[in-house]
Ligand binder design. Structure first.
Ligand code: TPP
Ligand code: MG
Length: 359
């Protein structure tokens, strides 16, 4: 009988959870690069924590936090060029911020404004995808267009472990490999699809190994090691740019918080498991390395966090001040011609609005 343990898929790691590791490989990273990566990760963590609190205060709508996944998100995006295309899911807030999405823009999104769905034109970021795995096909289509036009940018589909059970993912993988297009499938395996654990999702030992069946390279990387994620992604992107086709990267990580603000993870995860992963926090190991190089201190951290908090407050206030639109938007932008039921609902809401029964 087939024993999945026999499949040789090793995990790429440069920096372990205590900030030690392959010294020669670590030495290849400049002080400046490490500081940039740490600042991006620390900024993302502060933003994430603030957004979670703002949801609890009723300032924003449902939110999907990403704390714990900063190294996977930021390490991968740092390996891209500005004109590379990103196809994010709802979890990729740190990816989008690091690729240039203004925080104010994101506030429009989480406050349910129409403008929040529309990325600024100069950014090569597709609108956030909520339909699980749908963006994998969009990324392949974009990469195919790139190839046909003879351009050199790469498309990256970001998705989770749960997305690998969707037909879209398998169709995208097959098409990408057959047409040899410049796309990277970047899977953040945070080990849960809401409450469904990895073992109930797939019988494969790794997600990376699924690449073999499609005739493409698959790599498993420690998703909490920003150095390893960056190196792996850089190799994948360079290969794709050279015309060597797609690659699947599985970044093994963990979502420290709830699936969304509507979820209670204590119903399906043991506190000990969460603690084990807190000890593998992607920020901690990088900070240990920075301190060892004499690049970071508690005082610097405090000053930086205060600055990001100011940035968040300013972006929130600017977003609220520039909001436009009305409750009618909820009805107006789904169908070109509203079905009868929807038209009736809109009429009723507008009538109640006029009577000041709703805002
Ligand atoms: C096609 C589809 N089916 C179901 C859902 C409901 N849903 C939202 S998030 C989610 C879990 C996705 O898990 P995963 O792909 O691992 O991503 P993660 O949330 O862990 O980042 C599901 C099933 C959906 N949005 N789209
Ligand atoms: Mg998941």
């Amino acid at each position: 009988m087939f024993d999945p343990k026999e499949l040789p898929v090793e995990m790429v790691q440069i920096l372990d959870e205590n900030g030690n590791g392959d010294e020669a490989k670590i030495a290849a990273f400049s002080d400046e690069w490490l500081l940039d990566a740490y600042r991006a990760m620390r900024r993302a963590r502060v933003v994430d924590e603030r957004l979670l609190r703002m949801q609890r205060q009723g300032r924003i709508g449902t939110y999907a936090p990403f704390s714990g996944q900063e190294a996977a998100q930021i390490g991968s995006v740092l390996a891209l060029q500005k004109d590379d295309w990103i196809f994010p899911s709802y979890r990729e807030v740190a990816v989008c911020l690091t690729h240039g999405m203004p925080l104010e823009q994101f506030f429009h999104y989480v406050r349910g404004r129409l403008s929040g769905k529309r990325m600024p034109e100069e950014l090569n970021i597709f609108p956030t995808q909520i339909i699980i795995a749908a963006q994998t096909l969009h990324a392949v289509g974009c990469a195919w267009a790139t190839k046909l036009k003879g351009e050199s940018h790469v498309s990256v589909a970001y998705f989770g472990d749960g997305a690998t059970s969707e037909g879209d993912f398998h169709e995208a993988m097959n098409f990408a490999a057959v047409y040899n297009v410049p796309v990277i499938f970047f899977c953040q395996n945070n080990q849960y699809a809401i409450s469904v654990p990895y073992a109930k999702q797939t019988a494969s030992r790794t997600i990376a190994q699924k690449a073999l069946a499609y005739g493409m390279k698959g790599v498993l990387v420690d998703g909490n090691d920003v150095l390893a994620v960056y190196e792996t992604m850089k190799q994948a992107v360079e290969a794709a740019r050279r015309g060597e086709g797609p690659m699947l990267i599985e970044a093994l990580t963990y979502r420290l918080g709830p699936h969304t603000t509507a979820d209670d993870p204590t119903k399906y995860r043991h506190p000990e498991e969460v603690e084990t992963w807190r000890r593998k926090d992607p920020l901690h190991r990088l900070r240990v390395l920075l301190e060892r190089r004499g690049l970071w201190t508690d005082a610097k951290e405090e000053e930086f966090v205060a600055k990001v908090n100011e940035e968040v407050t300013a972006a929130y206030e600017a977003a609220v001040a520039s909001e436009s639109g009305s409750i009618a938007d909820v009805f107006d932008y789904v169908y070109s011609e509203a079905p009868k039921l929807l038209a009736e609902q809109k009429e009723e809401v507008m009538r109640r609005k006029q009577a000041k029964e709703v805002k």
